[in-house]
Design a protein around this ligand. Structure first.
Ligand SMILES: NC(=O)c1ccc[n+]([C@@H]2O[C@H](COP(=O)([O-])OP(=O)(O)OC[C@H]3O[C@@H](n4cnc5c(N)ncnc54)[C@H](O)[C@@H]3O)[C@@H](O)[C@H]2O)c1
Length: 271
């Protein structure tokens, strides 16, 4: 592989590694020679991910932790450092919406459940900030490291129904810029923080919202397609290249950016 894009031997911690986008990217990076730490909340799902990862190479390990649990993340940090000696990158893939935090079509804005709103804010914002503070310590020690956060189309445009999720993802954009600046000023130009902003990819969370059982689009799915110049949803593997680029030396002068991977959704006004 062109050495600009070489990720061989990089130790990469991936949260949400049992999920669709981050999990797929984790396996892709391992196939390209990276050492990958699969972090997920559920022991059985982490074990399954690691079993699959072992069929790629032995350069992997699993960590079971909630991204909101500082103590268990810190324990995980120690385990990774003791096993691999360093951490080159962190992908903050854990996140998503929750049904209770969504304002259904038959509901009023005023029906918003503030507890569920807070849970979604916590998962998507604090669930990125906390792992960055825990695993990012390695970047200070080493003088190098890269963080990739997950933003969303909802961070810059109003996406109906999902207030908490949108507020949190807007904060992710801000956090990405803030942390990129702070890390570079304090620890130098080898520490970078960026984000990817996926357009609409089918995942477990949004499948029923966007598609019917027969594979046709729901009304909301059709609205998304109408505003996507490519006229389709993203395919899982279409996020890998952006992540690969942001992790590699090919992006060595890139920090604080939010890279849209969206088939043109964010540049099209819909008309
Ligand atoms: N799929 C899309 O269209 C899309 C679009 C924009 C942004 N995103 C973002 O991309 C990221 C990955 O989403 P995905 O579509 O692959 O969803 P996914 O549900 O497949 O993956 C999310 C993962 O996060 C894990 N997770 C949730 N809460 C956690 C917690 N407290 N601690 C640890 N892990 C936890 C889940 O178990 C799951 O494995 C999310 O941040 C999501 O908001 C997805």
């Amino acid at each position: 592989m062109n050495e600009l894009f070489d990720v061989k031997g990089k130790v990469i911690v991936v949260t949400g590694a049992t999920g669709i986008l981050a999990g797929g990217a984790a396996k892709y990076l391992q196939k390209n020679g990276a050492t990958v730490v699969y972090l997920g909340r559920n022991q059985e799902r982490v074990d399954n991910a690691v079993t699959e990862a072992k069929s790629i190479s032995d350069a992997c390990m699993g960590l079971t932790s909630d991204v909101l649990d500082e103590e268990s993340l810190s324990k995980g940090y120690e385990e990774v450092i003791s096993k691999f000696g360093r951490i080159d990158a962190l992908i903050n893939g854990a996140g998503g919406n929750m049904p209770g935090a969504t304002i259904g079509p038959d509901k009023e804005i005023f029906d918003l459940n503030l507890d569920d709103y807070s849970k979604v804010m916590d998962l998507n914002l604090k669930g990125t900030v906390l792992p960055t503070l825990v695993f990012g310590k390695a970047f200070k020690e080493q003088g190098h490291g890269s963080v990739i956060n997950f933003s969303s189309m909802s961070s810059t445009q109003a996406l109906t129904r999902v207030l908490g999720y949108s507020n949190a993802k807007a904060a992710i954009d801000n956090f990405t810029r803030w942390m990129a600046t702070e890390m570079a000023l304090k620890y130098g130009d080898q520490v970078r923080v960026n984000a990817v902003a996926p357009g609409f990819f089918i995942s477990k969370q949004n499948k029923a919202l966007l598609t019917n059982e027969d594979g046709t689009f729901t009304e909301r799915g059709q609205q998304v397609i109408n505003k996507t110049p490519f006229k389709r949803f993203g395919k899982q593997k279409e996020i890998y290249g952006a992540i690969h680029y942001l992790l590699s030396d090919a992006s060595s002068f890139v920090t604080g950016t939010v890279l849209a991977v969206d088939g043109g959704f964010s540049c099209f006004c819909g008309v």
